[in-house]
Design a protein around this ligand. Sequence first.
Ligand SMILES: [Fe+2]
Length: 202
Amino acid sequence: MDEAENLDEVAAARIEELKQIVRRNAEQHNETIKTLKETRKTVRRNYHRMVQLLIEVISLENRYLGGHLKRCAETTWHFCKHMQLPKDMCYLHYYGALLHDIGLVGKETELSGIPPEQLSDQQREEFRQHPLYGEKIISTVYNLKRTADIIRSHHERYDGHGFPDQLQGSSIPHGIILDQVTIDKIHSFESMIEGDHLITVV
Ligand SMILES: [Fe+2]
C-alpha cells in the first residue's frame, strides 16, 4: 500500500468516526429537548393545580367570589379558543380572568350585599383598591407580570370612568378588553340568577 492509499483510509476512518460523534450528539440533543418539553408540561400542570387549589380555598371562604372567578375563567377560555388565539394567549387570559378579583379576598365578604349606592366613601374607596391589591399579590409570582397587568386594568372603562388609572379608549391595552368583555357578561348573568351578591360597579 502506498502512502496516498494509507492516507485515504485514515481519512475515511476519521470521517466515519466524526459521523458517529455527530449522530450521538444529535440523539443526546433530541433527548434533552424531549426532557425539557416534558418538564415544561409538568411545571405547567403543577402551576395549574396550585392556582386551582387557591381558587378552591377562596371558594370555601366565599362561594360567590369563587364561583364568579371560575365562571369568568371558563368563559374566557372558550372565547379565546373560539377566536383561535395561540395557546399561550389563551392561558394568559384564562389566568387573568381566574385571578382578576383576588384583591377582593376578605374584603368581598365584608362588602357583599350592600347596594353600590349605599356604600360609604371609605368602603367605595376600599373596593376601588382591589385591582391594585390583586396586581401586587400576583406580581410576586415569577412570570405572571402580564397576568398582573390584566388584574390591574380589569375595571378600566373605554370612556375613562373606570379605575384605578382612569385609562381611556385605546390607552387600555387591547388584550385586557377581552377579559373585560367576558367578566362583564358573567356579571350580568350572575345578577340575573343569583342577585347582587358581588359588588361590580361603584
Ligand atoms: Fe373586580
